[in-house]
Write a protein that binds this ligand. Structure first.
Ligand code: PLP
Length: 456
């Protein structure tokens, strides 16, 4: 009987290319629009913010994009990541389901985010950029870019959402250890931050506001560019190393997923595990169900409108078509800071509209309960964001139990929660509540969506 728990690939099996879903889409993505003219943006419009190679990747429809040697060399530090069969969790749930998880928490920063941080730092360095500015919610992305900046000799400035900055001082310390500067957002350092603070001095911040601050800093300086940890096509592209490795590991297990589950903040770790399998399906391969799990307090995919919107609160970014709660929407301060974004990546939104994926939304206490059950059986303590995927996988496994069917469930355990112990302490102390977003605020934020006439 096969009782393997861990499927490990050799370093030589790190993928040599990233997989680009745009090559296999049945319908192309709607274009990104200039916020002033509402016409499609060209590479020159994006050049103040990103190096040309990343802009090329953003619009490319090539199926395989080569991973540069220096990026693969850094990936060797923790890739390929292990794929586990959750045998103890299966026993605890008494489910006939076969549960697998890909564990991205073995990266130096503790999540999937370095997969793109390293690539972005590399291309910026190649283009002669000196400094990067960015936002961070949970601090996972800020730590990852700080780490990548240290490796490639780039200065990094991180605007960290105020509630997370207060909840997670050790994430800030990690960024500083890597040599980055971390500032609570909204901050007095930018015009966007000052405008928000003038309205409300104790504003908890949001990813939309932190993005405005980081974009403003990059736009004002020739040697500074902006880096985003999710949402954009090139970020999702870099994450496809996860799914490509998982395909090889599922083959080692002599199995293939029936269902793939991932949590979604901006969509990058979900895309990372799902897109290579979805691409295979679109090219005639086996059909898989894909389930995106989001927080009920910030439910862009399940409650948002599919419309053109700004990526940030101060409206400094181009307009992208996505599921959005409105760019001025401020979600409640729940603990999965990485999932507190008003929008969803255009690619994930597009495939949701095409009916290729499903989405569900859960409240945080149910997700922490799932994370604790997972830790007590598998030993790994998930990040609060990853707890949403754990809960999604458990729900699928319980469906199998109810139906008496064995299905293969693969989920992405996108990060560990070692810097999130305050959240777990609050959970054990009974202090975590299931916050609801303010319906009136949502209605107001949606009413403020830009009026865009789309080409037929
Ligand atoms: C551990 C973790 N998971 C998930 C996310 C959400 O981002 P994405 O949907 O792009 O994976 C974040 C974002 O900060 C994160 O830190």
């Amino acid at each position: 009987m096969n009782d393997t728990v861990k499927y490990v690939l050799d370093e030589s099996r790190i993928p040599r290319t990233w997989y680009n879903l745009q090559a296999d889409l049945p319908r192309p993505l709607p274009p990104v629009l200039h916020p002033g003219t509402h016409r499609p943006v060209g590479p020159d419009d994006l050049a103040p913010l990103f190096p040309m190679e990343l802009i090329r990747q953003e619009v490319s429809t090539e199926r395989a994009i080569e991973i540069p040697g220096p990026v693969r060399d850094v990936y060797r530090q923790w890739r390929p990541t292990p794929l586990y069969r959750a045998r103890r969790l299966e026993r605890a749930l008494q489910t006939p389901a076969r549960i697998y998880y890909k564990y991205e928490g073995v990266s130096p920063a503790g999540s999937h985010k370095p997969n793109t941080a390293v690539a972005q730092a590399f291309y910026n360095k190649e283009a002669g950029v000196k400094r990067l500015s960015t936002e961070t919610g949970a601090g996972q992305w800020g730590s990852s870019l700080a780490f990548a900046g240290a490796l490639f000799g780039l200065e990094v400035k991180v605007f960290m959402v105020r509630v997370s900055y207060d909840q997670k001082p050790y994430r800030r310390a990690l960024m500083e250890t890597y040599g980055a500067r971390c500032i609570a957002s909204p901050s007095p350092e930018t015009q966007s931050g000052r405008a928000i603070l003038a309205q409300r001095a104790d504003h908890p911040g949001s990813l939309g506001i932190a993005i405005s601050e980081a974009v403003e800093v990059a736009a004002q300086s020739d040697d500074t560019k902006y880096a985003l940890g999710s949402v954009l096509n090139h970020v999702l592209l870099h994450q496809t190393v996860i799914g490509q490795e998982a395909m090889a590991q599922m083959e080692m297990a002599n199995d293939y997923p029936d269902v793939i589950v991932g949590c979604t903040g901006g969509g990058s770790n979900f895309a990372g595990i799902a897109f290579p399998f979805l691409g295979a399906q679109l090219r005639g391969g086996k059909k898989v169900r894909f389930v995106a799990v989001e927080p009920a307090a910030c439910p862009s995919l399940t409650r948002g409108k599919y419309a053109y919107d700004f990526g940030d609160t101060a409206h400094l970014t181009p307009l992208v078509k996505m599921h959005t709660l409105g760019s001025i929407f401020t979600p409640p301060g729940f603990h999965a800071g990485g999932l507190r974004y008003h929008g969803m990546s255009p690619l994930v939104s597009h495939i949701k509209e095409l009916g290729l994926i499903e989405a569900v939304a859960y409240h945080q206490t149910k997700c922490f309960e799932a994370g604790v059950l997972f830790a007590r059986n598998e030993g790994i303590l998930p990040a609060p964001e990853a707890n949403h995927a754990v809960q999604g996988a458990i729900d699928e496994a319980l469906k199998c139990k109810a139906e008496g069917t064995s299905r293969a469930i693969l989920f992405n355990l996108c990060g560990h929660g070692h810097f999130d112990m305050q959240a777990y302490m609050d959970y054990f102390a009974g202090k975590l509540t299931d916050q609801n977003y303010d319906e009136k605020e949502l209605a107001m934020a949606l009413a403020g969506l830009p009026a865009v006439k789309e080409a037929a």
